[in-house]
Design a protein around this ligand. Structure first.
Ligand SMILES: [Fe+2]
Length: 197
């Protein structure tokens, strides 16, 4: 069985999001990687006697999607800052697809911001569904509840309080979301979209 590797991210100085927040946030990310590997190892060990360990195996299997998606969500999130901010490329296929779907880039941004401000703990994510060639905004509760099966993650924002409260206070969601996009390097979502076509 392969282990998942903890990634190192080359983060630039970010607008609004402090180095301290990133430092603490990366520790949470490291926990998701560690727990993903530990759960896989435990499932393997306990599967030697599946009848005896059925209850624990069931609970670990339920827990796995939380840890695995927590790991992946954070990898996309931190990677999206690498290289520093760039504006979206209006010639890119992603930009054109967003305009085609929502009528304008600003209309998409408005709907995405509204989604990100959803009350609760989770992620606002833009996905691409290759089967129907359409982009979809969705909300994922916690780390794992609501991912769209077979769709490609394009861009997402961590709306857990640990991502923004220290820098923005609980009432500062709107500023945090604005700064997320002020820090986003659009080359990353554009490249994820290209690869999924
Ligand atoms: Fe997070």
């Amino acid at each position: 069985m392969s282990s998942y590797i903890q990634h190192n991210f080359s983060l630039p100085k970010l607008t609004g999001i402090s180095e301290k927040t990133n430092e603490e946030h990366l520790k949470l990310y490291a926990g998701y990687v560690k727990n993903t590997n530990e759960i896989l190892g435990s499932i393997k060990d306990l599967s030697i006697d599946p009848a005896k360990n059925a209850y624990v195996l069931g609970e670990l299997s339920r827990r796995f999607a939380f840890e695995f998606n927590g790991m992946k969500n954070h990898e996309y999130y931190f990677h999206s800052f690498e290289g520093g901010h760039t504006e979206p490329n209006i010639e890119s296929n992603l930009y054109k697809a967003i305009v085609q779907t929502w009528g304008s880039f600003d209309a998409w941004m408005e709907s995405f911001i509204l989604l990100a401000k959803t009350r609760g703990v989770g992620w606002a994510i833009l996905y691409y569904d290759k089967d129907t060639n359409q982009l979809l905004n969705t909300w994922v509760d916690e780390q794992h509840l609501g991912h769209l099966n077979s769709c490609q993650y394009i861009v997402g924002i961590d709306m857990w309080e640990h991502a923004f409260v220290a820098d923005y206070q609980p009432s500062g969601k709107a500023d945090y979301i604005k700064d997320y996009f002020a820090n986003l390097n659009w080359n990353h979502p554009e490249s994820l979209f290209e690869k999924s076509l």
